[in-house]
Design a protein around this ligand. Sequence first.
Ligand code: NAD
Ligand code: TYD
Length: 367
Amino acid sequence: MQTAASRILLTGGSGFIGSHLTRHLLASRPQPQIVNLDLLTYCGNLSNLEDCSWQPNYRFVKGDICDEALLDQLFLDHEFDTVIHLAAESHVDRSIVNPLEFVRTNVLGTASLLQAARNHWKSSYAGKCFYHVSTDEVFGTLSDGQEAFKETTPYSPRSPYAASKAASDHLVRSFQESFGLPTKVSNCSNNYGPNQFPEKLIPLCINNILTQKPIPVYGRGDNIRDWLYVDDHVTAIDLILHRGRVGETYNIGGKCELRNIDLVRQLCQAMDQELGRPPAFSEGLIRFVEDRQGHDYRYAVDCSKVCLELQWQPSVSFAQGLRRTVQWYLENRKWVEEITSGAYQTYYERQYSLKLAGPGQIKGSAS
Ligand code: NAD
Ligand code: TYD
């Protein structure tokens, strides 16, 4: 058990889940010091943490988790006691187009981080923790009626994304077993909520409904996912980090299985209500399109371990979470517009070149 993580290296903090987790941890007591290491790839967005950027206990570093020299320097400079690793290539469709990028970031990147932690912590592992954030997709696919994934379910990844995450999970376990590195892993189901990059199902649909573009549903929309509101994932990570057992893995799920087509219809209804459109207006935008290659049919997560051991429960119902998400995207249209126009990618340069960074705030890559 680790009582308080005080000096945290958090990777991927400018992405979707990482930004929610960073904000949550920055507000916790006692306050940790957090260094967010993020390469700001296409899905990293500095504006996700704009409200936190001036906090004295937060620092952003633009850099690559595969950059061993940078990792070495960061460990020397900050004497981390905790790594929370979220940085990844995370979109299945992109992994089908470009698998090698996923191997580089998700496998090599995780190995580089593990190696850095091992090198810098080996004199004493006391009070140290390497927390790896992973996905339920490592378990493969389920048929109807098949038992939900447990922590003990054999890995059977089917997309390059899932395979690269599975490989990273195995590496984490191997560093625990071979070197005694204190590690924790969690495997979570599909997240949704504010700040999710609009290539994933829910924000993509929201944007297309808003702009009255076709809503692409793969195949017949029969595939099933288990959905969890992002804040509930963050709460589970916090609990596991501080109270979970070292060397364990925990499944996290929303207890909310939905067929894609049912989800999309629910979203259309919610959007029509918010936008004052006639009932069923947006459903007319649904188009069944060519299926994803190797499309996993069903994910379902048995999260009884984290529920029983750490008294965690999803607290946001899907209807509530969807409403909050829709409202956030409608109130933050500029966020999506800056993504579609590409302006978000100049945010770092604007901040950096304008020298807005106060002492210890924004730092360039050492590479
Ligand atoms: P995301 O794609 O929104 O964010 C990933 C972040 O990693 C981005 O900020 C990106 O710039 C950064 N990054 C990518 N490559 C990097 C590199 N080489 N060095 C440093 N930073 C780099 O992803 P997300 O949806 O927030 O997912 C975060 C983590 O949670 C991932 O590890 C993912 O596998 C896992 N996960 C996601 C979900 C989900 O539904 N989104 C579910 C379960 C687990
Ligand atoms: P996605 O959000 O990409 O997450 P994942 O592939 O990690 O589950 O997709 C969720 C589900 O929605 C998945 O079954 C694929 C499907 N999907 C569509 O039908 N249309 C789309 O445009 C996208 C992006 C996904």
